[in-house]
Design a protein around this ligand. Sequence first.
Ligand code: R5P
Length: 283
Amino acid sequence: MIVSGSASQSFAAALAGVTGRDLAAVEFERFPDGEVMASVPGFDADRAVVVASTVSGDAHLECLQLQDAVREAGASEVTTVLPYMGYARQDEAFDAGEPVSARAVARAISSGTDRILTVNPHEEAVCDFFDVPAEPVDAAGRLAEPLPADLADPLFLSPDEGAIELAATVRDAYGAGETDHFVKERDYDTGEVTVEPSDAAVANRDVVLADDIVATGSTMSESIVHLHDREVARVFVTCVHPMLAGNARTKLARAGVAAVYGTDTVERPVSAVSAAPAVAERL
Ligand code: R5P
């Protein structure tokens, strides 16, 4: 039986559809002191799949509560699916006194489950932070689906070298085009992002930017501006996790993006494709 956190209801419904498993009725409450409670009143199954993108502190709590609720109701096997794993980018202590937040949340989530699946974590090594078997699921190929069929001499670009494989996966799924990457630097004090364009010719070509996540949108909007300076045709932004915090969507529009496409690991208006089939294959 599939049990959904409040931030992953579309993903969980898609997963239930693909797998043919039942979708549990869940209830979400908030108490006057601000505490949340996620419950599954009618849960009655031996195997539970808790699906919760940990997009916020409350979503983390809901995940732990749902794991506990299904155990309390008698589940003997609990798989936890984190379509988006929050805090995964805090995978190192950069300065003295800082936590490794990804490890801290991984340990907490491990305590209520037998197994973890997480979609395109920022670094696959975060899976090692869990105390139970944890596997990454690659859903990047699905990002080719909403792209127009008539891309002109397409170039699939990642904003940094780390995401070049992801760009190649999108290109392979699209079936045509070259790949390349920018070189990115971020000032961690100001949050400012600078990107060095690649040498690839972009004039009059359609470019598909591909990354694991769009958070503040700074990386992508900087990249788009560089491309328009070099007379690109259209620029499409694709990402697995369309977090789009704050004014990110506006930044992309002002930079001149043709369209933004993401998956439903983070449920947003741009979530054009579901990552659920990729997870279903691994359940
Ligand atoms: C970093 O290496 C990631 O792959 C993304 O490029 C980054 O997290 C995007 O962040 P933002 O949208 O805030 O620039």
